[in-house]
Ligand binder design. Structure first.
Ligand SMILES: *Cc1c(COP(=O)(O)O)cnc(C)c1O
Length: 361
């Protein structure tokens, strides 16, 4: 029996994608072999990576003056790769909205001056700071944000207005959950394992004019230019992860109907869940208002023992990976693209029953 998997990442995948991958495990598209066995230089694999890029471009509306790179090293490698390649005047603006932004901040500090324009650590990153554009540095190399904060369940409902300074954004936990205007960004990156596929693949969407000579000591593998010039084939790319990503993008286009349709489904899922949390006498969301994430929803009962009881009874009933991040505690439900409306309805039903059975007498 498959469970309802609310993991923050790696996370649930569409069942039809897993079935298709299983069907093609021994023989992919008449090649007589598994994608796992293919040369990355083969015709069959070239078709897969080209399709993946074309699908992503179509779904996200990525203009021709942006490159799409299929890399490795996870989101975390981008924390170094971005400053190494984009810091020219060696100063950037950053807004620190959680652990991932903080890690990006600390990594950038190794290479230049980092100006923190906003920081929500005072309230455990439970909100997105209101930013004042007059405090932004118009000479900064770029302005960095983490658009959806996986651990704390916040997201930007509006992008900062950075003028001619390129906006660089970590979309690891929200990419393809809704349409975005790619032209508003200089660089978007995302580890695939939350919304786009298996671990091991990192997608970078970068405006071409930002691809230039990196800092002189930059390792070859950390140079955007090398990967762009070689069509993400400078070395062996994560072939199987790219193949699964392609299947997920096909699912998004053909079964869901694109990113606007995906957004409607995601809004329905998180809307139902927040509505329930807001009406519950036992559970409450830790984030309020417009900063609430559509993908990751932390919640608590206010009683650690009750939280633990809930997590263990939920797991026994087939609702797994609901434990909150170790630094936040409580619970977190990640409602990524592959989580179905039915899965969310069932979880709410379970929570109502738990609430009734454990209500203070
Ligand atoms: C998961 C995550 C990361 C880290 O990704 P890795 O692939 O594990 O390095 C970075 N940023 C955000 C927003 C994430 O959710």
């Amino acid at each position: 029996m498959r469970v309802y998997n609310f993991s923050a990442g790696p996370s649930a995948m569409p069942e039809s994608v897993l079935k298709r991958a299983a069907d093609e495990m021994l023989d992919c598209s008449g090649s007589g072999m598994s994608v796992l066995e293919m040369s990355h230089r083969s015709k069959a694999f070239s078709a897969i990576i080209e399709d993946a890029e074309a699908l992503l471009r179509e779904l996200m509306g990525i203009p021709d003056n942006y490159k799409v790179l299929f890399l490795q090293g996870g989101g975390s490698t981008q924390f170094a790769m971005i400053p190494l390649n984009l810091m020219k005047k060696k100063k950037i603006d950053i807004c620190v909205t959680g652990q991932w932004a903080k890690k990006a901040c600390q990594e950038a500090q190794r290479y230049g001056e980092v100006h923190i324009v906003g920081d929500s650590s005072d309230k455990k990153y439970s909100y997105i700071p209101k930013l004042d554009p007059t405090t932004f540095d118009s000479q900064a190399d770029y302005f960095y944000i983490c658009q959806n904060n996986t651990i704390y369940g916040t997201r930007y409902s509006r992008l900062p207005q950075t003028g001619s300074v390129p906006l660089v954004a970590d979309l690891s936990s929200c990419i393809c959950s809704e349409p975005v205007d790619v032209t508003k960004y200089g660089l978007i990156f995302a580890g695939a394992q939350k919304n786009l596929g298996p671990a091991g693949l990192t997608i970078v969407i970068i405006r071409q004019d930002l691809i230039s000579e990196p800092m002189p000591f930059t390792p070859t593998m950390l140079q955007y230019k090398i990967h762009a010039d070689n069509g993400s084939m400078y070395n062996t790319p994560p072939t199987y992860s790219i193949y699964i990503c392609k299947l997920i993008l096909e699912w998004l286009r053909d079964e869901i109907g694109g990113l606007e349709a995906m957004k409607q489904i995601n809004m329905r899922k998180c809307g139902m869940f927040y509505d329930y949390l807001d009406s519950s006498d036992m559970f409450r969301a830790t984030v309020q208002g417009e900063d609430r994430s559509m993908m990751n929803i932390p919640f608590v009962t206010g009683d650690q023992e009750l939280d633990a009881k809930f997590i263990s009874e939920a797991a026994a009933a087939g609702f797994v990976n609901l434990k909150g991040h170790r630094t936040v505690g409580g619970m977190r439900a990640s409602l990524y693209n592959a989580m179905t409306i039915e899965g969310v309805e069932k979880l709410i039903g379970f929570m109502k029953a738990f609430e009734a059975a454990n209500a203070a007498k």
